[in-house]
Design a protein. Structure first.
Length: 299
């Protein structure tokens, strides 16, 4: 479907105009439309941050949703909560969230298609229902939307920082301060595109932390996200000089572990339909608990 509108505001970014014009789509989807050339300003392809003048013409094309080519599979994961609008999932370590070029089957999305009849379509055919992600080797709670209304609401809560997400991680060494706030800018690592890095040219990333327990060689730390950048906690731990145990990308692999000891244990949000505050917590997974049990605690 193609349509157009004339700009009636001065000094407003193109992506912000489209977010207002097309409330059924997330900001990331709007950005993708612009990057793919499906949005033109006065007949020309521009960047998301471009600003037009009153009377300028914006043409946009909404591509038809293609049939989902991810197949339903019986994938093992726990559903902590479910109603007609959303699901709260406890994702195990090692499970990829959605199909990609390197992993086409056996993902959380494949499992959702097997267990759930309806999922929101805002994020496209390979990410149905996915409001936010967890890294493959990060375990814990995730929100999944069953319809577009719920998806828009939950995504907005994450953007507005009213959706509260807390993680537990075991980090190398002992932090200088028992609690604090990490505020940096993060962007894609220019030398290794699989990694993220602290950079003045990146996007703002804010993480609050509090040490929960001390061990001989490690600290158990609670992290509360205020922004949701890719690999944010892992990059921030590296910036402190205390990488997460088992993180073979930003730190070093640990014998007996299949990835970083990072677990999304708590999530709180307002229900999209009822506005009721929902809060869920899950225990540390067995591999995390087993590793801690082998460590000696200190004061």
């Amino acid at each position: 479907m193609s349509d157009f509108f004339l700009i009636d505001k001065e000094n407003v970014r193109l992506d912000n105009l489209l977010v207002e014009r097309l409330p059924q789509f997330t900001r990331s989807h709007i950005k993708q439309m612009i990057e793919q050339g499906n949005v033109l300003l006065n007949g020309k392809q521009v960047k998301a941050g471009a600003k037009g003048k009153i009377g300028d013409r914006v043409d946009y094309t909404i591509e038809e949703v293609q049939p989902l080519d991810a197949k339903a599979e019986n994938v093992d994961f726990e559903i902590v909560y479910e109603d007609s609008d959303l699901i709260v999932v406890n994702k195990p370590q090692g499970l990829v969230v959605h199909p990609c070029s390197s992993t086409k089957e056996g993902t959380l999305v494949n499992g959702l298609l097997y267990k759930i009849k309806d999922l929101s379509g805002i994020n496209g055919v390979l990410r149905p229902g996915i409001v936010h992600r967890l890294d493959k080797n990060t375990s814990g709670l995730m929100l999944v939307a069953k319809n577009d209304m719920a998806h828009i609401s939950l995504a907005q809560q994450i953007k507005d920082k009213t959706c509260k997400r807390k993680y537990l991680a075991l980090v190398q060494g002992h932090l200088k301060n028992s609690e604090g706030r990490i505020e940096t800018y993060i962007e894609r690592d220019k030398k290794d595109r699989k990694k993220m890095a602290v950079s003045e040219n990146g996007k703002l990333a804010i993480t609050n932390y509090k040490v929960i327990a001390h061990y001989d060689k490690y600290d158990l730390v609670e992290f509360a996200l205020q922004t949701g950048r890719t690999h944010q906690i892992r990059v921030h731990c590296k910036s402190l000089g205390h990488t997460i145990v088992g993180d073979d990308i930003y730190g070093k692999a640990e014998k007996g572990l299949n990835g970083q000891l990072l677990h999304s244990y708590s999530i709180e949000f307002s229900h999209p339909r009822t506005n009721e505050i929902k809060r869920f917590e899950v225990a540390l997974p067995k591999h995390f608990q087993d590793f801690l049990a082998k460590q000696k605690t200190t004061e």
